[in-house]
Every structure is written in structure tokens, then in C-alpha cells.
Design a protein around this ligand. Structure first.
Ligand code: FEO
Length: 603
């Protein structure tokens, strides 16, 4: 019996789930199953986006027949020819003889390689940015070569603002009745499988994914329909933010992934002791026995964490087999921008450390900690100190926040643009300190750095707006309103002129609300003024979550560029600007955020 899901008025999911598949692509275990997504657009013309794997073909054909409601199928758009999405193509050719196949030249070659039918007369070949009008809908084709295979293209429906994204934004895991990511707790229950899918399937092709992200950013996207996993219609930016990190090989979080290969437990023992020392230093650790944990899970963790420790015995004068296979896999996936420590073991000729180091020399931007721990059979008592030293060396390559600084970061803040008008001058800056003091006589407080022009203008005019930034806010808003001075630039120059009843501008995008207020009191605190103000107007503009300081650090602020072994440099803790050089001049001012050398730390 058919099992279809409605996505929009015109669009239905006609795919199918497979929970019996043991190994996806013969390599990746899928304990939670996998979905093969296919979508039918019922417009003046009927359009199918891709097909499914042969294992679920029967259900798919029933779904398609039901969704067509007796109509013929006019177009099949083939975005990706890998057989998990194209195995049912021949069936459609037979069942729908009038169907035209829309694809690019490379896809046509693959169609002919995988199938044996006269394809040329049925095919409409499209190129970059070509369009297809199907009645109400206009489809735009964007090439996405190597976002898994060379023929991959994605399709943008400019009528409903839907991106059909092929393998991009996919995930392992069957759908279990839901179709939208917002129907489940995705970032708690599904993100690990989404990361494992990304890292293993397209992780090697980071630059190609980045170029697809850039291309797609030209379009307003309100929904993403991938070939595996959930459809995205809410919080799309959160998932795109993950893709931006993964595809740039930027760690999602600081932490140490410890992978060991140990036959009789002695190498494991050294790895455990190092893990304890790291935890004692407050550093997050995860551990894997490479002979037990599937490689795809370890590859996935490698895309998550900033530091790796490899602990391996020497075996047949080389690296232990499972460890060597894993490292080859990591290198093949283009892993980069990480710090690595190595423990080797060898009862008579320890060699694995040297060989592991050699393998990672092929990767970009990998810092290998010089201190190699060499074990002869079992860790010697004297070597406990060596473990301490390596733990310290790892800790030194992590963010060197003082305990006081760390504690202050535990405070939760929102982020806001406070704006003001003085005569014809509009100005604004980023602040993080707005809070409601009383509800009955609606009153707020906030503080502003005295060095800003906004501070002076609020003090002078006593009227202001607070734009509440939401999670979709891009970094350039912080560059415009946080790092530049209104004394030198017009802060609102590139934004639509929107004002509240008090005549003051507010940020017209990336906010979920705006509050207008009149200052009643101001208190001087050395570097800042604390203002108390009565709320005169408040408007809710969207349901999107407010951005928090933590969210900004985790998802918006660019991560510092790692320098190579021979480079030295300093990173600005405020904005992430990297100064390359051995010494930071004493009078150096960050060109982005204008902070002095106190804001910098050595990379
Ligand atoms: Fe799900 Fe690259 O195919």
C-alpha cells in the first residue's frame, strides 16, 4: 500500500525507507536505517525529482502512482545517478513512455553506462542556471559537481523557494513517520547520524560543498529537500551552519578524540591514562578502540573534535592493520586543521609513531605534537611524566582562557543592535546587556561602552531602539555594527530604511523584535554607562529564536585560522582576526574590531 507524505500543496514525498540494509554502499552500517527520498511536483506538468534504491522500488512505484492520481508523468529530473537514487529509472521509462528525462551531459553519460535503452530521444539536457517552467513553478538548475559524484546537480524552485539538494543536507536514518526535521529533536537525536553521513559520504569534497553553499546563498531558501533524511523548513540556517563548519574542516568543538589499537591492553592503558590527565585538565575526551568501533563513527567524530591522539602498536613492522586503515580513510577524507599527538608501542622495534606522522604529513594544516610517547611492551612508571607532558602540550594548544574568563562566559546573554538618531545622523552598535527590570511599568536596562558614538548619542538624545538579533544573523552584521565606528561609516547605509514611531531606525533583517525606549536614568561605571529606560513601543517581528552569546561563539563567529608549523601569529579574541608574524607590535590595533594587543592571544 502507498505511503506518501504531503510537503506543500503541490509537492509530495514518494520515497521509501529501508531498515533492513546492513551496510550502506557496502561500507557504512546504518543501524537506524536509511530513507531514499523522491519528490513529485504536481503542477500543470508533473515532475519527479530522482527515484530510489532497488530495495524499496516496489513501495516507491506504488507511492508514485498514488501521488500522480491518474496523471501521466511528464518529467523525471535526475540530479544524481548513484544507483541508490536512480535504480528505478528503467522502470519509469517502461511505465511512463512519454516521460522526458531532465539531466546534464555528464548524467546522460552515466544513464547510458548504467542502463540499456535509447536515451537520447527522451532526454532534455540542461546546463548551469537553465530553467524549466512547469506551469506555476519555475525550476532553476545549479551544477554541484563532486557533491558526491561529478554529475550532481541541484534544483531550485523559485516559486516555493525550495532547494532540491541531492546528497547535500542528507542524513542517515529512516524517517519513522516524520518528514520534517522540525517534527523531531534533530540537534539532539539526529545530528550524530547527519554528521556521520556528511563526513563519510561528502566529507572529502569540502571545497565543492563550499562552492555549492556560496551558489545557493544567491537564492532565498525556505525549504530544503535532500535525497536522504528530513526535509528542512525551519531553522535551516542552523543546519547550514553545521555544513559551513564541516566543509571548511573547522572543528565543531574543542576536545580530544583518542583512538587506540591495542592487542593485549598495554597501548590502551597508556591511552586511558592520557585521557584521565586530559580530563583532569578539564578537556573533553572521547575514546575509540579502532578494532571495535566502525571507522565511519570515528571519521564522524574526527569532523567534530579539534584534537586527535593515535595510540598504536607496531605490527609487521608497520601500523596495526585497523589503525592504518582508519588513518588512510581520514587522509582520504581530506581531514585538516587539527592537532595530533601520537603514542607508539613496539616490544622490539617501535615504528608505528613515525609511520603515523608520515601519513598525516600529506594533510593540510595538521600540527603534530613533537613529543612522541614510545612504549616498549608496557608503559614504564617513569613514563607517567611523559604522559603528563603530552597532556599539557595538548592543553596549551587549546583556548587559553583564564578561569575567571571562563566563569564569566557562563553568564547567558542575548545580542542586540541599539540604534539612535541625532538630527539626520542614524547610528547603532552591538550590545549584549539588555534586560527587563520591571514589567508593570515596562522598563529595561542596558549598558554601552563609552568609546562608542552610539553611547554619546543615547546620552544626548535619550531615545533609542533595541533590535533583538535572531539566530540567522550572519557575521557581517557584527562586522558592521560591532567592529566599525559610526564616526567613520554610516552604519545603516546598506539596509532598508525602517523606523519605529519614534523616528529611529531599526535593523530590518535578522531580528525577531524591536523595542523603543526613553532613557530615564544613566549611571557611570568607568568604561561603560548603565542606562535605565521606559519602553514606549515593542513589536514582535518573527518567531525565530534570539541569538545568544554562546550561539554566536559556537555558530557565527569564524574560527581562527590555524597556521602551519613554520608560521607564527596572534588571533584577536574579540573578532577572530589573525595577525601573522613573530611579534605583535605594542601599538597594534585590530583592523576589524579596533581592540588593542590585550585582546590578542598567540596561536
Ligand atoms: Fe545517496 Fe551519492 O547517493
Amino acid at each position: 500500500m502507498h505511503c506518501i507524505k504531503k510537503i506543500t500543496e503541490d509537492l509530495s514525498w514518494v520515497g521509501a525507507n529501508d531498515r533492513r540494509l546492513a551496510m550502506f554502499e557496502g561500507v557504512y552500517s546504518v543501524p537506524d536505517g536509511v530513507s531514499y527520498n523522491s519528490y513529485l511536483l504536481n503542477d500543470v506538468k508533473t515532475v519527479l525529482f530522482d527515484t530510489v534504491d532497488k530495495a524499496v522500488k516496489q513501495r516507491f512505484l506504488e507511492n508514485l502512482e498514488e501521488a500522480l492520481q491518474g496523471r501521466d508523468l511528464d518529467y523525471l529530473i535526475v540530479q544524481h545517478m548513484e544507483p541508490d537514487h536512480s535504480a528505478s529509472l528503467m522502470d519509469l521509462v517502461t511505465l511512463y513512455p512519454n516521460m522526458k528525462i531532465v539531466c546534464n551531459e555528464q548524467t546522460l553519460k552515466f544513464i547510458k553506462q548504467f542502463n540499456h535503452f535509447e536515451a537520447d530521444s527522451r532526454v532534455i539536457v540542461v546546463n548551469e542556471y537553465d530553467t524549466l517552467e512547469t506551469g506555476k513553478h519555475k525550476l532553476h538548475f545549479l551544477m554541484a559537481p563532486m557533491v558526491h559524484w561529478p554529475e550532481v546537480m541541484v534544483t531550485y524552485d523559485s516559486t516555493d523557494k525550495i532547494l532540491f539538494s541531492a546528497d547535500a543536507f542528507g542524513s542517515f536514518g529512516a524517517l519513522n513517520g516524520a518528514i520534517f526535521a522540525d517534527e523531531v529533536d534533530f540537534f539532539k537525536d539526529y545530528i550524530d547520524e547527519a554528521r556521520r553521513y556528511y563526513a563519510n559520504i561528502v566529507g572529502k569534497y569540502g571545497p565543492q560543498v563550499q562552492s555549492l553553499l556560496t551558489k545557493a546563498s544567491e537564492f532565498k531558501i525556505e525549504m530544503i529537500c535532500p535525497l536522504h533524511g528530513f526535509v528542512w523548513r525551519k531553522n535551516i540556517h542552523k543546519f547550514i551552519a553545521k555544513y559551513a563548519l564541516w566543509s571548511s574542516y573547522t572543528p565543531e568543538e574543542e576536545g580530544v578524540m583518542i583512538v587506540y589499537a591495542s592487542v593485549y591492553g598495554n597501548t590502551e592503558n597508556a591511552a586511558e591514562i592520557l585521557a584521565c590527565r586530559l580530563r583532569d585538565a578539564g578537556i573533553k575526551t572521547v575514546m575509540f578502540d579502532v578494532s571495535v568501533t566502525p571507522a565511519s563513527n570515528i571519521i564522524s567524530a574526527a569532523f567534530r573534535y579539534s584534537h586527535f591522539v593515535f595510540a598504536s602498536i607496531t605490527y609487521n613492522a608497520g601500523i596495526f592493520v585497523t589503525m592504518e586503515a582508519l588513518i588512510n580513510d581520514l587522509v582520504a577524507h581530506n581531514i585538516q586543521n587539527r592537532t595530533i599527538a601520537i603514542i607508539e608501542n613496539g616490544s622490539w622495534a617501535p615504528e608505528s609513531g613515525f609511520l603515523i606522522r608520515k601519513k598525516f604529513e600529506q594533510c593540510k594544516n595538521i600540527k603534530i605534537i613533537d613529543n612522541l610517547i614510545t612504549i616498549k611492551s608496557g608503559l614504564d612508571r617513569n613514563q607517567l611524566l611523559d604522559i603528563d607532558v603530552v597532556a599539557k602540550e595538548i592543553a596549551m594548544t587549546m583556548s587559553p582562557l583564564q578561569e575567571d574568563d571562563k566563569t564569566m562566559f557562563k553568564l547567558s546573554y542575548g545580542l542586540f543592535v541599539v540604534s539612535v538618531k541625532d538630527g539626520k545622523k542614524d547610528n547603532g552598535c552591538i550590545i549584549n546587556t539588555v534586560m527587563q527590570i520591571t514589567e508593570k511599568n515596562n522598563r529595561i536596562s542596558f549598558s554601552i561602552n563609552k568609546e562608542t558614538l552610539t553611547h554619546d548619542l543615547v546620552l544626548k538624545t535619550k531615545e533609542l531602539n533595541i533590535s533583538i538579533l535572531s539566530e540567522s544573523v550572519p557575521f557581517n552584521i557584527f562586522e558592521e555594527f560591532g567592529f566599525k565606528s559610526g564616526r567613520e561609516v554610516e552604519k545603516f547605509a546598506t539596509f532598508e530604511d525602517k523606523r519605529t514611531a519614534n523616528g529611529i531606525r531599526y535593523l530590518p533583517v535578522h531580528i525577531n523584535g524591536v523595542i523603543s525606549a526613553k532613557v530615564t536614568e544613566a549611571f557611570d561605571y568607568e568604561t561603560h554607562t548603565l542606562f535605565v529606560a521606559d519602553v514606549t513601543e515593542a513589536q514582535t517581528l518573527s518567531d525565530e529564536a534570539s541569538v545568544t552569546y554562546q550561539y554566536y561563539f559556537d555558530n557565527i563567529k569564524p574560527k581562527p585560522v590555524k597556521l602551519t608549523d613554520n608560521q607564527k601569529g596572534f588571533v584577536c579574541k574579540i573578532c577572530g582576526y589573525v595577525y601573522e608574524g613573530d611579534n605583535l607590535p605594542e601599538d597594534f590595533i585590530c583592523p576589524l574590531c579596533k581592540h588593542g594587543i590585550d585582546a590578542f592571544e598567540e596561536l
